[in-house]
Design a protein around this ligand. Structure first.
Ligand code: SAH
Length: 528
């Protein structure tokens, strides 16, 4: 018999990437993007490829470097697989072989009903380097965010995580229903919504009391969280009546009764309120953070994007003769931002502003200016352009030279009032408002009546918002805004809104973001 011939040894070694790739299997946490671990976040910030699932919060992707490749391999309740598990496994191997730092991001914890084990086995087989970063699993998050301590000395000493996805018609169940029904204190079922009637029946049939409290929690730890409470006997009907769909968890056990006392998350004052915040992308965050802290579910409809003016020539000219001016006025933080951006670009800095006195429109503007190392000389009592004009008139404007850097399109009340009072006012554009192209998400939310409240923080947010809705006529606008409450930051914005056919429900006494938030709270408190 002929001896097996071995192929000759290769004359050259195959090219190896300059550095070896590595796969980090990371738990994204249950839903709230802030519940990822510090380690997971740091790795995301260095990722070159991110392969992520349906349940991993999309908000986490904003931490990924711009140049990174994002691959969605979504899985929704076992259906709509964008990629098969084999394809995902192969993808991880391939990216790592290209020398990439690969983050495999999964909802909750990757090793709890996440098929993380299978993905790692494949990496081991191919000799790929890897690490696993655990995550907050949705079971503990759902219990916590529904006000249920998953264990408690007075109620239970054991807890089990169980799949609710097992084919209920399977003759030989791999779940030991007889043992878990009464042998374990708290039971948490993943992927069990469809099978809920069977799960509760099995538990009762194997001796668990029908009175055992149960809570079902959907989209736990997110602003969309919904929970339905009942007992083993009643929960299936209640969940069906509430039309709860996946993803949701079923928490069964005496600890659920503690929810009455410690349901901290759902008791926040704006919980469940869906608020559309119309602001520039740059500015929306403060308002959004405050509202979200109070439990609101915010949709950011950026009605305005801010860009530099068509030309800097007008500002440049005035910057070189700042010493001629008596006053420099800022009526928005955007004006300050773009003004300083240009000042720095042309090699000047705050020291060049020592000549003129500086006036601002309100405390927010004053604080922002302070951030640039400058104290405002004048702050009006009323935080509007009219208020600033009145304060300046008191200072005496006759013969004074005033520089007003501002938006390309702006109200004329301030320069006109000052000119009438005898000042020479020079306005220069430092930024322009442009409308972001895509407003489809906002429109759809309004169509679906998924918005409770809209906030407007300037007249231009009102006007741009309406323009972007593209309503055919007033009737369509009325239909879209029917039932939606409107909050405006101040009287000018309110006037613009009402002139455009909106009824104003919320209007703070002082015209700041914190005051607007307080007014929103007071409004809902009075209706409770
Ligand atoms: N690895 C994940 C579980 C994936 S299995 C983890 O550790 O959490 C998918 C199931 O998890 C869903 O069917 C649902 O039962 C549960 N789940 C995941 N995120 C959830 C959330 N935010 N709220 C409620 N259930 C969730």
């Amino acid at each position: 018999m002929k001896k097996t011939m071995h192929p000759p040894p290769p004359t050259h070694t195959p090219p190896t990437p300059c550095r070896a790739g590595k796969v980090y299997l990371i738990g994204a946490g249950p839903g709230d993007p802030e519940l990822i671990t510090v380690k997971g976040l740091k790795l995301l910030q260095r990722a070159e490829v991110v392969v992520y699932d349906y349940l991993a919060s999309k908000k986490l992707l904003k931490h990924v470097p711009q140049a990174a490749q994002l691959v969605y391999v979504g899985k929704m309740g076992g259906v709509h697989h964008a990629h098969t598990q084999d394809e995902i496994n192969q993808m991880l191997v391939d990216f790592a072989r290209q020398g990439k730092l690969v983050v495999r991001l999964k909802g909750g914890d990757p090793f709890i009903f996440g098929r993380g084990g299978e993905e790692i086995e494949m990496l081991v087989e191919h000799g790929i380097a890897y690490e696993v970063v655990p995550g907050v699993t949705s079971a503990t998050a759902a219990a916590t965010y529904a006000g249920v301590p998953i264990t408690h000395r007075q109620h239970t000493t054991s807890v089990a995580f169980v799949t609710g996805h097992e084919d209920p018609t399977k003759a030989a169940s791999t779940i030991a229903w007889d043992k878990i029904a009464t042998g374990i204190g708290t039971l948490v079922f993943y992927m069990g919504i469809k099978n809920l009637p069977i799960i509760t029946e099995k538990l009762m049939a194997h001796g668990r009391s029908p009175e055992t409290p149960v809570v079902v929690v959907r989209w736990a730890s997110t602003p969309e969280q919904q929970s339905v409470e009942g007992t083993l006997a009643t929960i299936a009907d209640k969940v069906q009546a509430a039309r709860i769909k996946p993803p949701a968890l079923i928490v069964v056990g005496e600890v659920v009764s503690l929810r009455d006392k410690i349901n901290w998350y759902e008791k926040r004052p704006l919980f469940g309120k869906r608020i559309l915040v119309t602001r520039t992308r740059e500015q929306a965050s403060e308002l959004v953070h405050r509202l979200e802290d109070l439990g609101a579910n915010c949709l950011e409809g950026s009605t305005i994007a801010l860009v530099p003016p068509d030309s800097w020539a007008a500002l440049d000219k005035e910057l070189h003769r700042l010493a001629d001016y008596d006053w420099l006025l800022f009526t928005s933080i955007n004006a300050i931002k773009f003004f300083f951006q240009r000042l720095t670009e042309i090699g000047m800095d705050a020291r060049d502003l020592k000549g003129p006195k500086i006036g601002v429109v309100g405390t927010t503007t004053a604080e922002f200016l302070q951030g640039h190392g400058l104290r405002a000389d004048l702050l009006p009592e009323e935080f509007t352009a009219e208020g600033l004009a009145a304060a300046l008139e008191k200072e005496g404007m006759s013969g004074k030279k005033v520089l007003l850097p501002r938006a390309a399109k702006a109200r004329e009340v301030l320069p006109e009032t000052l000119a009438t009072a005898g000042a020479e006012v020079v306005t220069v554009p430092v930024y322009r408002n442009v409308q972001p192209a895509d407003y489809a998400e906002v429109r759809q939310a309004l169509e679906e009546k998924a918005i409770d409240l809209i906030t407007f923080t300037s007249s231009s947010t009102v006007i741009n918002f309406l323009e972007m809705l593209h309503c055919a006529d007033e009737a369509e606008q009325q239909r879209l805004l029917d039932g939606v409450k409107i909050a405006t930051i101040g009287p000018i914005t309110a006037k613009t809104a009402s002139q455009n056919g909106m009824a104003i429900h919320i209007q703070p006494k002082t015209f700041t973001i914190p005051a607007l938030v307080d007014a929103i709270l007071a409004y809902y408190a009075s209706r409770r």
